[in-house]
Design a protein around this ligand. Structure first.
Ligand code: TYD
Length: 143
């Protein structure tokens, strides 16, 4: 596997997705290679999240992702080992791009929240830092 990258939370950003709006409702779309800054290899979604539950709690070595609140809302805490930022997602026409080597925690899910995630690779447990100290050790190697 390639060496993990080192990232800054400033590289994570909100991407405005197209909205087609009329009196029949809204339509948004995502086209591969046009709206997302990585090739889309996988889509997964979190739903039926019980009140008070937390997801995430890990970082990825190489994975790029785009988070979208398809319904409801939730908070995503981003942490690059130096700085932290919390982003509230509550619109299905915003995507939060999260680059590799960002620790994230997802919480404050509203009832009926659906968090859809576009991902640049297939699921691979080897790509995870699930322990914050291991993540920090990796970050410090590059200081
Ligand atoms: P995890 O990435 O830890 O979820 P979250 O960050 O939302 O809490 O994954 C939870 C479990 O689901 C873990 O056992 C791995 C499995 N999983 C897959 O099998 N495929 C996938 O695409 C994802 C994202 C997770």
């Amino acid at each position: 596997m390639s060496k993990p990258l080192i990232s800054r939370i400033d590289q994570c950003k909100i991407i405005d997705l197209p909205i087609i709006n009329n009196n029949r409702g809204n339509l948004s779309f995502i086209e591969a290679d046009r709206h997302v800054p990585f090739p889309i290899k996988r889509v997964y979604y979190l739903y039926d999240v019980p009140g008070g539950a937390e997801r995430g709690g890990h970082a990825h070595k190489l994975l790029h992702q785009l988070f979208i609140a398809m319904s409801g809302s939730f908070d995503i805490l981003l942490d690059d080992g130096h700085a932290k930022k919390t982003i509230h997602l509550n619109r299905s026409y915003y995507g939060l791009y999260v680059c590799p080597m960002i620790w994230r925690e997802i919480n404050n899910f509203s009832s009926n929240a659906v968090c859809m995630v576009l991902a640049s690779t297939y699921y691979d447990e080897e790509d995870y830092f699930r322990n914050y100290a291991d993540f920090m050790n990796q970050v410090k190697k590059y200081e």
